[in-house]
Design a protein around this ligand. Structure first.
Ligand code: NAP
Length: 416
């Protein structure tokens, strides 16, 4: 049954996305909840909606249209509901499945670790997905940035990020240390802080399954399980083992391991087979720089994924252009990867690229590939014409500086 909202207005002409036979069924006018975001969220969301609406209108000649539905989180929610994220925002995203989100301020002393973490946990968005690729013309610190084209699937709910930790000297820390030292015959220093790193079969399987499904659907070449299993055997090592096991069991006809690639196919990848390989995290940080194009889809636990997402993004020109999504079984929450940059709020100045490209991921998730390609190509063209926002302008010779809204207009003009 449709939830009853107090303050959210459901667009009259929109239709609900549903799940049929385990797949999303997308109507022509899907209702998409949108969290505008705090700070620069207001500027970049406006620009993003203009660009996405224009692409959908051009690609489908009015047959398809996004029915945006404002839902509230962060500062605007606090003003309206006296809550940072009201229950009806969670209910709306759960019910409508696909949503777009701007950045949110982490309230100090609001009882939350972070609004973003809360959204991920409450909605069980277990995969953080970050595609990282190069846009020609963007200044980069490496010689061949165009070799980068990876999609990082970072586990979103477990690992040292699960928030189970105790401060040095507290009753709890002493209790845990005492118990481990005594019962498990270990020797943890008494002046230690303690953090717990849980990695489960369930969490690993959900993530690796999504990464392999994506690789198959998009005809990618490989899925690399990135881990530090040589040291953390029962967490990161287990992640690798469970990942291989799941691949062999659930995707038997579609994947091969790297061993089989060499033993049976002499290193020549057969068509329609995805190679499943694994790499140790530290060596992968070298290789993403030195052998960039050997990596494609990467599936990895939470902490590795956090580091790798930013390191990879740095190689192609930084976070300003990096899109992201938090994905569950069906729910997709697409979001800018940077924060609220409060000093630039409402100045119509910052780069909306990260949110626009997250919108591209959203269009692809809806199956609206034509509109998605139009936006990507138009962004590329706009950068190549050297018409960019301040952040890229300061690094590009001979470029013209545009405001956020003018940049969005330029993208729309460059759309074919
Ligand atoms: P930030 O908002 O990402 O901003 C840091 C710097 O990055 C900015 O000063 C700016 O650098 C650059 N930048 C960020 N977005 C940009 C854009 N769209 N275009 C051009 N440049 C951009 O990080 P922060 O200042 O550490 O965090 C501020 C707030 O955001 C905090 O409350 C934090 O909790 C929150 N946050 C939210 C999310 C999220 O919602 N997913 C993520 C991260 C942080 P220059 O000044 O050098 O130009």
């Amino acid at each position: 049954m449709a939830p009853r909202f107090k303050k959210i207005e459901i667009p009259a002409k929109g239709q609900r996305i549903t799940v049929k036979k385990g797949k999303l069924s997308i109507p022509n006018k899907p209702i998409i909840p949108v969290i505008e975001g705090d700070g620069i969220g207001r500027d970049i969301m406006k620009a993003t909606r203009i660009v996405l609406d224009a692409a959908v209108a051009k690609a489908y000649k009015g047959k398809k249209q996004i029915a945006w539905m404002d839902v509230y989180a962060g500062e605007n929610a606090f003003k309206m509901y006296k809550e940072w994220i009201p229950q009806e925002t969670f209910d709306a995203i759960k019910y409508y499945y696909v949503a777009l989100k701007g950045p949110l301020t982490t309230p100090v002393g609001g009882g939350f670790r972070s609004l973003n973490v809360t959204l991920r946990q409450v909605l069980n968005l277990y995969a953080c997905v970050r595609p990282v690729r190069y846009f020609k013309g963007v200044p980069s610190p490496v010689k061949r940035p165009e070799k980068m084209d990876v999609v990082i699937y970072r586990e979103n709910t477990e690992d040292v990020y699960s928030g189970i930790e105790w401060k040095k000297g507290t009753k709890e820390a002493k209790k845990v240390i005492g118990w481990i030292n005594k019962t498990m015959k270990r020797n943890i220093r008494l002046d230690s802080g303690i953090g717990i790193k849980p990695i489960s079969v369930k969490g690993t399987n959900a993530l690796v399954r999504q990464a392999i499904k994506y690789a198959i659907a998009r005809k990618r070449k490989s899925v690399t399980l990135m881990h530090k299993g040589n040291i953390m055997k029962y967490t990161e090592g287990a992640f690798r083992d469970w990942g291989y096991k799941l691949a062999a069991k659930e995707f038997k006809s579609k994947v091969i391991s790297e061993d089989v690639l060499w033993s049976k196919y002499k290193g020549k990848q057969p068509k329609n087979k995805i190679v499943i390989k694994d790499r140790i995290a530290d060596s992968m940080f070298q290789q993403i720089l030195t052998r960039t194009d050997e990596y494609d889809v990467i599936a990895t636990p939470n902490l590795n994924g956090d580091y790798m997402s930013d390191a990879a993004a740095a190689q192609v020109g930084g976070l300003g252009m990096a899109p992201g999504a938090n994905m569950g079984d069906y729910i997709g929450l697409f979001e800018a990867t940077h924060g609220t940059a409060p000093k630039y709020a409402d100045k119509d100045m910052v780069n909306p690229g990260s949110l626009i490209l997250s919108g591209v991921m959203m269009l692809e998730y809806l199956g609206w590939g034509k509109a998605a390609d139009m936006v990507t190509k138009a962004v590329e063209k706009t950068i190549q014409k050297k018409t960019v926002t301040y952040d890229l302008h300061r690094q590009m010779k001979g470029a013209k500086k545009l405001s956020t809204s003018k940049y969005a207009e330029a993208i729309v003009k460059n759309m074919k």
